[in-house]
Design a protein around this ligand. Sequence first.
Ligand SMILES: [Fe+2]
Length: 253
Amino acid sequence: MTPTVVWDAGHKSEHEFDEFVTGRVLGGLPMQEELSLELLSPTLRLVNDSWHARLRRACAKWQADGARSQADGVRALVRRLKEARPSTYQHCIRVARYSRRTGRALGFDNVRLKQLASAAMMHDIGKLLVPESILSRPRRPTKFERFVLKLHPNLGALLASYYGLPAELRIRTQHHHERWDGRGYPHGLGGEDIPLMARVVQVADSFDAMVTRRAYNTPRAFDDAAAELRRESGRQFDPRVVEAFLDTFSESL
Ligand SMILES: [Fe+2]
């Protein structure tokens, strides 16, 4: 399956926006049977809420301000993340650091390393559109909260589109929760259909999530997390990426 670009920059009216969010952002998710309409309607309100509308106006204004570079677009979004979701921002910094080291081990040149770092910094940008109450809950997420959290790759691609960022970056942002075995989300891509940079970010992201303290669970030791990456190699993760990641970290593990 080909990765999907989710936003056509020409469509900016209220109506088209609503249609887009309901049709593409939500429609792009693998729906579970147990998710009733009743569960979905608060989500529809969530993605249409005033915060989102404000952000949309801010993005439109930013675009109207004129010719800025793509790097400015990434910086503007990351700055917003730093202000609004500081712990997610710190997570992205670490994921970018892990990703660069892995990319270097995979033989990426400097241009691709820069692209990879941008993709890693942007990977959770969609969490700007997930309520703070869900992100910083002091317990495991409920079924509905999990559903909202799983929107973030598509919401991130949507934000990247507003900011006029290149399609490749949107796609990398959108696919960091796919799985090598095709059982991930949002599109269920598998193997090399998942962009390589998204596969690198995925390993770095999972490692950081395992070794970092969350409100409701204790962090795992580095060697425990490394063992988990090995176990999931070929299932959740691309084996070549896991190998490169672990080689890079072998001295500190
Ligand atoms: Fe994520």
